[in-house]
Design a protein around this ligand. Structure first.
Ligand code: NAD
Ligand code: MG
Length: 387
């Protein structure tokens, strides 16, 4: 059997490292072509050497000399900047993991899609900002988008072999994050350390804060709409604190299919790596007797306004999802830098949506511009309250 050629965009992050862990355990199945990172040259070079990658690219161009030096004599080729990321995405690999965080991943993902790759998509912000443009491009090029996000991967598995016309509802489960049982007053003053301490999952800082505000579930609502073509009113959110049921699909006859598994991202990543087959993993199995119970509750729209804002942006369409995402990225970064309070994040997002006056972007270049303009606008507002 020939080995599947794979590349990872965002190899040094949480999802990137989980992917590398699976590749390391199955060298007979996978050949690593390219790895990319924002700035962690040391990790990038070490992994590229260890995995025998052909190409390593760093986003920050100033770090190219350092990367070259770290890989001197290894035979691994090097590159830097957005073009090098696009080259990694569109190169020889058949399967590309899109695991850059934020809209920064959009252009590399689009390069992989334009090249007709099988794209394992973790980078939900790219799909949120460019939804229809991305799925249209995949249709044109013949690229396959496989969802890595645990909820969407669960739904993808529950849809296999079924008639999408007979789906009555998609139900996205949400852990509720670290503040599920906190009062609004406690949440308003929460520190970055408290917000990133997720009860069930170990993830990058940005998505951890998104889980605490539940903007993560809002972004996932938009993500589900674009991945599966189901309208907003038929996508529900259900809080499930144990993170065992990763999502559900309800069919016209009243059946509900769910996917269960341990809260370990290597499970959905392995599903996309081996798809349409299955592969072995060493992941600790889910013990349902030890888990004992599964709880479900409705999300609280009062304490988690981000959910309402995301649904509103999806229903409004046009520029709204990209504006929502850009404002959220800036607000989350400001919160992580202790510039604004936790409770301000949703306020900045709401303000950005209320004051936006932008046409629907018709091309990826227009999405990138809209994203930049919105970031600049929100940065000025953040600086206003910080001053
Ligand atoms: P992370 O912060 O741990 O890693 C992000 C990766 O992107 C790193 O390799 C970093 O070097 C790279 N990167 C960051 N900024 C960049 C830039 N401007 N240009 C190029 N590369 C850049 O994030 P993560 O938790 O691994 O999440 C990655 C994506 O996967 C996010 O979109 C997140 O929402 C999604 N996701 C993550 C998880 C999880 O469990 N971590 C689960 C579901 C979805
Ligand atoms: Mg998720």
């Amino acid at each position: 059997m020939s080995r599947r050629k794979v590349s990872i965009l965002g190899a040094t992050g949480s999802i990137g490292q989980s992917t590398i862990d699976l590749l390391t355990a199955a060298p007979e199945r996978f050949e690593v072509i390219a790895l990319t990172a924002a700035s962690n040259v040391v990790q990038l070079a070490a992994d590229a050497k260890r995995l025998g990658a052909r190409f390593a690219a760093v986003a920050d161009e100033r770090l190219l000399p350092e990367l070259r030096e770290a890989l001197a004599g290894s035979g691994v080729e090097t590159g830097a900047g957005l073009e090098a990321l696009a080259e990694a995405a569109a190169g020889e690999a058949e399967w590309v993991m899109a695991a850059i965080v934020g809209c920064a991943g959009l252009e590399p993902v689009m390069a992989a899609i334009a090249a007709g790759k099988t794209v394992a998509l973790a980078n939900k912000e790219a799909l949120v900002t460019a939804g229809a443009l991305m799925t249209d491009a995949a249709r044109r090029s013949g690229a396959t988008i496989l969802p890595v996000d645990s909820e969407h991967n669960a739904i993808f598995q529950c849809l296999a072999g079924q008639d999408i016309e007979r789906v009555s509802r998609l139900i996205l489960t949400a852990s509720g994050g670290p503040f599920r049982t906190r009062s609004a007053e406690e949440m308003a003053r929460a520190s970055p350390a408290e917000a990133v301490a997720h009860p069930n999952w170990s993830m990058g800082a940005k998505i951890s804060v998104d889980s605490a505000t539940m903007m993560n579930k809002g972004l996932e609502l938009i993500e589900a709409h674009y991945l599966f073509g189901i309208p907003s009113e038929r996508i529900d959110v259900l809080v499930h604190p144990q993170s065992i049921v990763h999502s559900l699909v309800e069919y016209a006859d009243g059946s509900m299919l769910a996917q269960l598994g341990p809260s370990d991202m290597r499970v959905p990543i392995a599903h996309t790596l081996a798809w349409p087959e299955r592969m072995e993993t060493k992941v600790v199995r889910l013990d349902l007797v030890a888990a004992g119970r599964l709880d479900f509750e409705a999300p609280d729209p009062g304490r988690f306004p981000a959910l309402r804002l995301a649904r509103q942006a999806l229903e409004q369409g046009g520029a709204a999802p990209a504006v929502l995402n850009a404002a959220n990225e800036i607000a989350v970064a400001a919160f992580l830098e202790n510039t604004i309070h936790f409770g301000d994040i949703a306020r900045f997002v709401e303000q950005a949506l209320q004051t936006m006056n932008e046409p629907a972007p018709a091309t990826i270049a227009e999405v990138v511009n809209l994203d930049r303009r919105t970031r600049d606008r929100v940065r000025v507002q953040v600086a206003g309250i910080a001053a």
